[in-house]
Design a binder for this molecule. Structure first.
Ligand code: ADP
Ligand code: MG
Length: 256
């Protein structure tokens, strides 16, 4: 039996904004069915890493490999871009992102929000997309909100709609960027429950979070980023129970 390549593999990734080096050689993998949490102080490069991963940001050096398929680049290390727009689209549609601020389209109903990308990007059949959109909205507990607009929902409901929207793309992995940070604590729990259910189902997920309890509960693997480098990574028990790095100990004891 041949071993399945990881869904996401990042090798020695470097990313700078002008003179500011944000990622200084990051390597990590997300095997199929695993949940990886990314933790670290504000400004450590977590969002940038996620955005480089689905090619929303360019990077200067290193490899991004999806299911064994490396991204091909053109240009040189100082000015490289993905070479193949079809590959970019394929990767992006296979890695659905959920943002801190939900990013729902205000002028569309919840159902339209969930159906939009499968219809326009994947050009799937409308009746089929509507059926699966309704099923995903049911799954996240807001099946009764199909016909309302985002502004009529609580933050927790909006974020669950955003998760349904991501799922409706049938992606290979979900990328979450601080999915609960904009929510009041009681609304946070509804979103955490959905994320936990997805983890139990064996979804491949990369989750940037400030919520150490969430990271400890759902992750197979936790990555601690410090100033653009992985300072420590490992199983949650080890990382939270017996952190080796002084910086990680400091980060955890600072109440994160
Ligand atoms: P985190 O998500 O861990 O808080 P970010 O990845 O957002 O960190 O940011 C890492 C660093 O990159 C920060 O110093 C931030 O100011 C900088 N940065 C992020 N986005 C941009 C951008 N578009 N242009 C310039 N600098 C940026
Ligand atoms: Mg961030």
């Amino acid at each position: 039996m041949t071993q399945q390549p990881p869904v996401i593999e990042i090798r020695n990734l470097h990313k700078a904004y002008g003179a500011l080096e944000v990622l200084k050689g990051v390597s990590m993998v997300a095997p199929k069915g695993h949940v990886i949490s990314l933790i670290g102080s504000s400004g450590s490069g977590k969002s940038t890493l996620l955005r480089c991963c689905n090619l929303l940001e360019d990077s200067q050096q290193g490899d991004l490999i999806f299911n064994g398929e490396p991204v091909t680049w053109k240009g040189d290390d100082h000015n490289r871009r993905p070479a193949d727009p079809k590959q970019v689209l394929r990767i992006r549609t296979n890695l659905s992102m959920v943002f801190q601020q939900f990013n729902l389209w205000a002028h569309m109903t919840i159902l339209q929000n969930v159906m939009e990308a499968p219809l326009t990007v994947l050009r799937r059949d409308r009746a089929e997309v509507e059926k699966s959109a309704r099923a995903y909205l049911d799954k996240v507990g807001i099946g009764d909100k199909c016909d309302v607009y985002p502004a009529q929902l609580s933050g927790g409901q909006q974020q669950r709609a955003a998760i349904a929207r991501a799922l409706c793309m049938e992606p290979e992995a979900l990328l979450f960027d601080e999915p609960t940070s904009a929510l009041d604590p009681e609304l946070e729990q509804e979103v955490i429950k959905v994320i936990k259910d997805l983890a139990t189902e064996g979804r491949t997920m990369l989750i940037v979070t400030h919520d150490m309890k969430l990271a400890a509960d759902v992750s197979d693997h936790v990555v601690f980023l410090h100033q653009g480098l992985i300072e420590e990574q490992g199983a949650p028990d080890q990382l939270f129970g017996a952190p080796k790095s002084e910086r990680l100990r400091g980060f955890l004891s600072a109440g994160h």
